[in-house]
Design a protein around this ligand. Structure first.
Ligand code: ADP
Ligand code: MG
Length: 428
């Protein structure tokens, strides 16, 4: 089931002024914002960020192109339709835009006055609830000028959230705040939006807060570019995890005390994997653009495969270090050599998974798999003078090896899924 974007913008153009004075601000902008994602819009001053935000929020009339908010087209929409759309959106501006003569609570309540179902008492109760959520329960009776800059922006957050919007549009909400307060406000905004399942579209100049974004969109000369930050970070962490694997094989040949023990490596692997697993699961469960969701799922699969692989690798290494006889040791050694080659190739491929590399890796693991199957059959058909312990050893060795290759193959398939969700070089 495809997830519908909350706001879908298609071929949007916008210009100010006429004739000689005409200035094209947005040019054929197409971008979608999905429920639950945090998107940051960056770009130099005057690049059209505010224009885009106000168009998306139905605060400005669409000149050319299409904007659909929750399925409603804004182009040529009637005023009543525009008003209804605006109610589904929360706004937070650089200047908090609170009304000076009203208390914090009344300012928040004001957002509910459009709702005929609300009475003064019910809206007051709700407003207090939301003020508590932003940590201002004790300040509800204060007027804006009795509040600090950060507190005023918290009131603005409560006011934006109380209508239970589908998306919050925030235009440089930290611009008037010091660094620490700005960070706190943005963290709060992100936490609450996640909790309430609200998307955030945030315009900022501040590159210190980019890490809260799932996606970053850069506006330049009226056009957009985008990157998927959250997923990129996850993927970097996954790559770091994969590159840990070749170290495992070095525990076998470790004659110096420098190599880490298998136990230490396994511990490190698990420590690095746990937080990754939970964020990958969180990504996969959220509603995002289909390509991001595809990538999140493939990351989750990869993590799962990687854990199984790590397990097989560790057992294999334990087995290799304790062969039942000299003959088995040399078998073990040759297995180990081809394994080491594969592990290193896998780590290299993970570091820069280009299409050709993945292809090669897939081929490699496919070949090995059939080779190992052949090998196993041979061993168990010709019993020729092997001891019971040796037979068991060989069986486990080949079994683990086959499993290892299989898992590597699966990882490579995941990489390909990832590659295919982005534009890739055409297949030869
Ligand atoms: P940003 O928010 O990225 O700084 P804006 O969207 O506010 O950029 O403005 C984009 C461009 O459009 C700027 O060159 C600005 O001067 C111009 N502009 C914005 N609003 C108006 C307006 N109401 N009339 C004429 N020009 C405008
Ligand atoms: Mg602006």
């Amino acid at each position: 089931m495809a997830i519908e974007p909350f706001i879908a913008i298609q071929d949007l153009c916008h210009a100010f002024g006429r004739g000689e004075l005409r200035k094209d601000v947005l040019q054929e902008v197409s971008v979608s914002f999905y429920p639950g994602e945090v998107v940051i819009i960056m770009g130099p001053s005057g690049s059209g960020k505010t224009t885009l935000l106000t168009l998306a929020g139905a605060l400005r009339t669409v000149q050319q192109g299409s904007i659909r908010v929750d399925g409603t087209e804004l182009r040529n929409a009637k005023p009543a339709v525009v008003m209804a759309v605006r109610r589904r959106i929360g706004f937070i501006f650089q200047a908090h835009n609170l009304i000076a003569s009203l208390t914090a609570c009344e300012n928040v309540q004001l957002a509910l006055t459009v709702d005929p179902a609300e009475t003064a008492a019910s809206s007051r109760k709700k407003a207090l609830q939301y003020l508590e959520m932003v940590g201002l329960a004790e300040h509800s009776r204060k007027k804006p000028d009795e509040l600090s800059g950060g507190q005023k922006q918290r009131v603005a957050i409560a006011r934006a959230l109380i209508r239970r919007p589908g998306i919050i549009l925030a235009d440089e909400p930290t611009a008037a705040l010091d660094r620490k307060t700005g960070r706190e406000v943005v963290d709060l905004l992100q936490t609450l939006a996640r909790k309430e399942g609200v998307a955030i579209l945030l315009v900022t100049h501040d590159n210190r807060i980019l890490d809260i974004a799932d996606r970053i969109i850069t506006l330049d000369e009226g056009r957009i570019e985008e990157t998927h930050r959250g997923m990129e970070r996850l993927r970097e962490a996954l790559t770091a995890l994969t590159t840990m694997l070749p170290k495992y094989t070095s525990t076998l040949s470790a004659e110096t005390g420098e190599a880490e023990s298998l136990q230490t490596l396994r511990l490190r692997f698990r420590e690095a994997r746990e937080p990754l697993l939970s964020s990958a699961a969180e990504f996969a469960a959220r509603k995002m653009s289909p390509s991001l969701m595809g990538q999140a799922r493939s990351l989750q699969d990869q993590l799962h495969d990687l854990a199984l692989y790590e397990e097989a690798l560790a057992s294999l290494l334990l087995l290799l270090s304790a062969p039942p006889s000299e003959g088995m040791r040399s078998f073990g050694d040759s297995f180990f050599q081809s394994l080491e080659f594969l592990v290193i190739t896998m780590a290299e491929t993970a570091e820069s998974p280009v299409y050709d590399g993945i292809d090669l890796f897939l081929q490699l693991t496919e070949d090995r798999e059939s080779m190992m199957t052949g090998l196993r059959e041979k061993y168990f058909d010709s019993v020729g003078g092997l001891e019971e312990a040796e037979k068991r050893y060989l069986f486990e060795l080949t079994d683990l090896f086959t499993r290892t290759i299989y898992l590597m193959h699966q990882c490579a398939l995941s990489w390909r899924v990832w590659q295919q969700t982005e534009p890739i070089a055409p297949e030869p």
